[in-house]
Design a protein around this ligand. Structure first.
Ligand code: ADP
Length: 165
């Protein structure tokens, strides 16, 4: 059977309602969607890869055909390891475009058989990013509605633990 398989890569530090909206909508377009948590050696994440994978598994548990996995190295190699022919990325504003265009072009050069498709953000999440959410949470602000409930709880715990030293 010729399954339509896609990967949806990102840092997801942590997963937001904007990510989840893109994952939910993309999951209807493909037989299988593998959410890939990228272990980026250049970034110092708030949550470990294991924590990010765990949070994503919790919030996507209701979605048939969605799996979560961690990866490092080339995205196209990760896609190939899952027999995926598509890469899904979310697009917010014009400011996302240049970076996404560059990445899609490089990935196309590396793997012409794998295509990148974009899912436009829902307008209510157009302003939303993991970094803005972390900043609000770090100052004790309310992030309800920006991240799923389980993530909200973990953000609170993480910053409370940090405050304690
Ligand atoms: P990266 O660190 O590679 O930018 P992120 O974890 O920030 O990855 O995001 C993963 C993907 O989700 C990217 O394609 C990003 O543009 C998209 N994304 C992030 N926030 C939103 C949002 N609020 N609405 C739609 N797409 C989003």
């Amino acid at each position: 059977m010729n399954l339509r398989i896609a990967v949806c890569p990102g840092s997801f530090d942590p997963v937001t309602c904007g990510h989840l909206d893109v994952i939910e909508r993309a999951s209807k377009m493909f037989d299988k969607l593998i959410v890939g948590v990228f272990c980026n050696p250049d970034k110092k994440p708030l949550f470990t890869v294991e924590e990010r994978v765990q949070m994503l598994r919790e919030v996507t548990a209701h979605l048939p055909g969605v799996e979560v996995d961690a990866f490092d190295g080339l995205l196209v190699d990760f896609a190939r390891s899952h027999d995926a022919r598509f890469i899904v990325r979310g697009l917010r504003a014009v400011s996302d475009f240049e970076y996404e265009f560059q990445m899609a072009s490089i990935n196309r050069k590396l793997a012409p058989d794998i295509d990148t498709v974009f899912v436009m953000t829902s307008t209510e999440y157009a302003f939303l990013s993991s970094s803005a959410t972390k900043q609000v949470a770090s100052f004790g602000g309310c992030v309800r509605g920006l991240v799923p409930g389980s993530v909200e709880r973990r953000l609170r715990e993480k910053f409370a633990a940090r405050a304690k030293g």
